[in-house]
Design a binder for this molecule. Structure first.
Ligand code: FAD
Ligand code: UQ1
Length: 450
């Protein structure tokens, strides 16, 4: 383990080079909140990689701990996205504009926003590299780079999205195409896919199927639609209680589920999808579609995969209880980019943020981390325009329900929570570092029994 000392000469030289490359900015333009491509400093006590759900949440918490001037976030995107609402955008129940805000507005005030892409991690030197040639060093590093989408691993994509009848709720550029395809639907197969990789929000690929079915019913097209869920997995959901409830709905609504079917090609000009049978290598099936919803293959961000912080599969190799890196004690991970063996969701990020806050506080005081993450995650399974089954579970795939009623049932109250209450909680509490998940509510509702 390298000593925790800031770099001095190298980064300063590079900071100068960065300023030269970009030209002299107008006075004051390197201010926080506009975001700076050349950071004000080359060393931060806490450096956060990624300004998504985990990055902003942790920066807000770290600001309270060490002061805003000692925290920086490296993030190239101009906008911050609340991705969970894309399920409803794809179904026409919410506007895409409601899902994002300027990045500047969610960076905690006083925290520096370094508007660059991370291209290298060097944990042995306590530094990272950015795409504009900056080397930034840190005392503590929090990695929150999310999961990478790989539409290009499906032959015919992403260019196939230029054709009609195809959409994907997983990307800001394709989510409205789902809603368009739904409205354009006339007669034929509506196909929904689940790839042969880990994904974020494992329920989302099927939520849009239930919403589409409800839309077809509402618009009198249901009898003309053959609805098919082709999944690479061998089960509908990883937690038995919710899987049983979903299989009931699937039967009731006459939906077809084919297991171990992996989308490998889209011939968008002919409206054909090609699937490989994962149980019979080499066997493929071509299905014509009138509507196709693609959940892309996903994987760890390239920059992590090729760095020393990765595990064998490419994820940030953290302890599953403390979120501290297994080999670099001043490095931590949160969210979709980590090796944590739980379902990758914003709800999980919320719960992880409380644990990580506590872990880092103790490490900063040279004490051992004590608080243990139980793998809490949640997936509001939207099963219609006013119905949600609220799945909540832990590392052991055991239900860990917040409310004092059976969450395995479809409920209007849980739909309202997902569609209207969650966004408020996210923007106003979680991103400000005040929401560490519903464990306290669970204890309250269950009178301290769980
Ligand atoms: P993200 O929020 O994705 O943030 C990663 C950030 O890293 C991004 O801002 C990105 O620009 C930045 N970044 C990437 N590469 C670099 C780089 N090289 N350098 C610098 N920055 C970089 N969760 C729920 O809890 N409930 C739901 O109902 C739900 N539904 C979902 C539905 C859909 C369709 C989708 C797509 C997601 C859903 N999720 C849901 C999942 C949730 O959005 C993610 O799990 C959550 O956003 C993960 O947070 P994160 O910080 O790990 O990653
Ligand atoms: C949650 O905490 C969270 O993060 C803000 C979500 O992401 C959008 C969720 O979808 C859910 C369900 C939770 C859990 C919160 C409660 C009140 C059960």
């Amino acid at each position: 383990m390298a000593p925790l000392v800031p770099l001095v000469s190298g980064p300063r030289t590079r900071l100068f080079a960065c300023l030269l490359r970009l030209g002299t900015p107008p006075a004051g333009s390197l201010q926080l909140h506009i975001g700076a491509q050349c950071p004000e400093k080359s060393y931060y006590e806490v450096l956060v990689l990624g300004g998504g759900s985990g990055g902003i949440t942790m920066a807000a918490r770290m600001k309270r701990k060490v002061g805003a001037e000692n925290v920086a976030i490296v993030e190239p995107s101009e906008r911050h996205y609340y991705q969970p609402i894309w399920t409803l955008v794809g179904a026409g129940a919410k506007q895409l504009s409601s899902s994002s805000r300027p990045m500047a507005s969610v960076i905690p005030s006083g925290v520096e926003w370094i508007r660059s892409r991370v291209v290298g991690l060097n944990p042995d030197k306590n530094s990272i590299l950015t795409d504009n040639g900056m080397e930034i060093s840190y005392k503590y590093l929090i990695i929150a780079l999310g999961i990478q989408l790989h539409y290009e691993k499906i032959k015919g994509l992403p260019e196939g999205f230029d054709h009609p009848k195809i959409g994907s709720n997983y990307s800001v550029t394709t989510v409205e195409k789902t809603w368009q395809a739904l409205q354009d639907f006339k007669e034929g197969n509506a196909i929904f896919t689940f790839p042969n990789t880990p994904v974020k929000c494992a329920g989302a690929p099927q939520k849009i199927m239930y919403l589409s079915e409800a839309y077809f019913r509402k618009t009198g097209k249901r009898s003309k639609a053959n609805i098919i869920f082709n999944t690479s997995l061998g089960a509908i959901f990883g937690v038995k209680k919710y899987a049983d409830a979903l299989l009931e709905i699937i039967k009731e609504r006459d939906l077809t589920v084919n297991y171990k079917q992996n989308l490998i090609e889209v011939r968008a000009d002919k409206q054909e999808a090609v699937f490989e049978n994962l149980d019979k290598p080499g066997e493929t099936q071509v299905i014509s579609y009138e509507m196709l919803h693609v959940t892309p293959p996903m994987g760890p961000p390239d920059v992590i995969k090729t760095s020393p912080v990765a595990d064998a599969a490419g994820w940030v190799d953290v302890d599953k209880e403390t979120l501290q890196h297994k080999r670099y004690p001043n490095v931590f991970g949160i969210g979709d980019c980590t090796s944590l063996p739980t379902s990758k969701t914003a709800a999980a990020v919320a719960a992880q943020s409380g644990i990580l806050d506590r872990t880092i506080s103790l490490i900063m005081k040279n004490q051992l981390p004590v608080k243990k993450y139980d793998g809490y995650t949640s997936c509001p399974l939207v099963t219609g325009y006013n119905r949600v089954i609220l799945a909540e579970f832990d590392y052991n795939a055991q239900p860990l329900e917040t409310f004092p009623f059976n969450q395995g049932k479809e409920r209007l109250s849980m739909y309202i929570m997902k569609a209207d209450f969650m966004p408020l909680l996210y923007w106003n509490m979680m991103l400000r570092g005040y929401w560490g998940g519903p464990a306290f509510l669970r204890k309250l509702f269950h009178l301290g029994m769980s």
